[in-house]
Design a binder for this molecule. Structure first.
Ligand SMILES: [Ca+2]
Ligand SMILES: [Ca+2]
Length: 178
């Protein structure tokens, strides 16, 4: 009798241990190790492309003397990351006429694929126009915000400055999904 009791007690113990092992295996696999694999990253490159005048008033002669700062800001929810894309100071102004002047400067932002639908890039340009004998003219501050989910290859965008009559310029930049 005692041997039988021992055997059935051992069986109960084995079953109990198997249940514990099964429980932990389920817990581990249900813990979502597959879900915790890092999401794929996607990078976007912003390039400043060119600038040209769209209106030059007579008193400005044949070109506008442009200087200023252009920056791009990645927005994911309340998180932002702003970087300078291009800048020149008043001492290094550009003589901008009606022909395209090529500009160079780029920044790259990398986001998780999970953040793609909620991410935007805001590009802000703050431009001035130098006048040697007068205070400089403020051409204004222009910005545009692009949803990254809409950028599938390379898209080009314009910022148009028209606040200062007869001293109007158009600035181009592109966003490329790498
Ligand atoms: Ca001026
Ligand atoms: Ca000027």
């Amino acid at each position: 009798m005692k041997t039988n009791q021992f055997i059935s007690g051992a069986k109960v113990l084995v079953v109990f241990l198997l249940m514990i092992v099964t429980f932990f295996r389920c817990t581990v696999s249900g813990d979502g190790f597959e879900d915790m694999e890092p999401a794929e990253d996607i990078s976007f490159q912003i390039d400043i492309k060119k600038i040209r005048a769209t209106d030059i008033k007579e008193s400005e002669s044949s070109a506008l003397e442009v200087y200023g700062v252009v920056s791009s800001r990645l927005n994911i929810g309340t998180i932002t990351d702003e970087r300078e894309l291009w800048s020149v100071d008043a001492d290094n102004y550009l003589s901008v006429d009606f022909n395209d002047m090529q500009l160079s400067g780029s920044v790259t932002f990398t986001i998780s694929k999970d953040d793609l639908s909620g991410s935007t890039i805001t590009t802000v340009a703050d431009l001035m126009e130098l006048d040697f004998s007068n205070p400089d003219d403020d051409l204004g501050l222009e910005s545009s915000t692009i949803s990254l989910s809409e950028v599938e290859s390379t898209e080009e965008f314009q910022l148009t400055f028209v606040q200062s009559g007869g001293q109007n310029v158009s600035l181009s930049y592109s966003i490329t999904r790498l």
